[in-house]
Design a binder for this molecule. Structure first.
Ligand code: 6CS
Length: 334
């Protein structure tokens, strides 16, 4: 029935406009096709191609430069869609660094799903803010709990002292690791493996699925679960491109994003657990440390300073987002 309706709509378009516009849309991301961003992108592409004559060409990590290059190309309108994490976008959009403030997101799988699916902060408060940078925000999703991998163990800020921790390039991440006692260094993804190999850095943070996929546990084998954040990412369209779409195509894009969002929210929780299980199975040198509530409390106390810096930079809007995130966290927990 759906196919018949589509054929009728195509014939009607030909009759009215004389031509059917089938475009190829370019979609860039920071990960490979089997990583969470790749799975979202593939589902999005399938939905678009199943329900229209448009096609999507996906550009995985590295194919169009680093994250900053991909964002420039998207804002310039050379690319139509981008998946970029606040860990990089935060340098341009201070409010987006709310996703980097420690201890305002859940770690329990069910709470994570509720927080990202129903949370008011995640789903309602960023749209206008991204618009100001020429971006139509389509979806925000987690990729798993951020795990700190280091060469030596730590359970306190004092033990982190002197450790050089690589962060993504959003400035608030530097504030977090300074507050946690470490010496942070921001760098792009492309530089991280080399920096770990040459001891330019002693550690980094990423979700378990990514740590396992890219062998970060081989280079820094102590995995510490501090419970401070989810790795969060966002999918956007160039807003001029989006505004120029027909109402039907806007709906097509929104529906595809919504279907891919539902799909990935179920999957990432599983992937997070799989990542850790694989590390335990394949890396005999890996040490897994989960901070106790008492140990975590020390880091939670230190995180207050990061909240202050965030509010200074992101202003009233940022303050409201942070308050809403805390309310969403409480609601997800209840
Ligand atoms: O640490 C990073 O830079 C990378 N981490 C993940 C989970 N995705 C892409 C990003 O570039």
């Amino acid at each position: 029935m759906k196919d018949v309706l589509r054929i009728v709509s195509v014939i009607a378009s030909i009759a009215v406009f004389g031509v059917v516009q089938a475009d190829e849309w370019k979609y860039v991301m920071e990960e490979g096709l089997t990583d969470p961003q790749g799975l979202f992108a593939t589902k999005f592409k399938e939905e678009i191609e199943k329900n229209s004559d448009h096609t999507i060409k996906i550009y995985p990590v590295g194919s169009l430069g680093e994250s900053a290059d991909a964002m420039e190309q998207t804002q310039a309108g050379l690319l139509q869609f981008i998946d970029q994490s606040p860990g990089f976008t935060g340098a341009m959009i201070p409010e987006a660094e709310a996703f980097l403030v420690p201890y305002v997101q859940p770690t329990d799988p069910q709470e994570v799903r509720t927080y990202f699916k129903e949370g008011k902060a995640v789903n309602e408060m960023f749209h206008e803010i991204y618009r100001e940078q020429g971006l139509e925000l389509l979806a925000v999703f987690p990729e798993g709990e951020q795990v700190v991998t280091t060469k030596k163990p730590f359970r306190t800020p004092e033990e982190l002292e002197g450790m050089k921790i690589r962060t993504m390039t959003s400035p608030l991440l530097l504030e977090t690791y300074k507050a946690f006692g470490a010496s942070p260094i921001a760098m792009s993804w492309g530089e991280l493996i080399g920096a770990l190999k040459t001891n330019m850095v002693d550690g980094q943070e990423n979700p378990a699925i990514w740590i396992e996929a890219y062998g970060l546990d081989d280079l820094a084998p102590v995995l510490t679960f501090t419970g401070h954040a989810q790795y969060t990412t966002a999918v956007m369209a160039n807003s001029d491109f989006y505004d120029g779409l027909s109402e039907e195509d806007k709906q097509l894009v929104q529906n595809a994003a919504s279907a891919a969002h539902d799909y990935i929210l179920d999957l990432v929780v599983e992937m997070d657990a799989t990542g850790l299980a694989k590390i335990k199975e394949t890396n005999p040198n890996a040490v897994i440390n989960k901070l106790t509530d008492e140990e975590k409390a020390v880091f939670i106390e230190r995180a207050k300073a990061v909240e202050e810096v965030y509010i200074e930079k992101a202003g009233e809007r940022g303050k409201a987002i942070l308050e809403q995130m805390k309310a969403d966290l409480a609601a997800a927990r209840s």
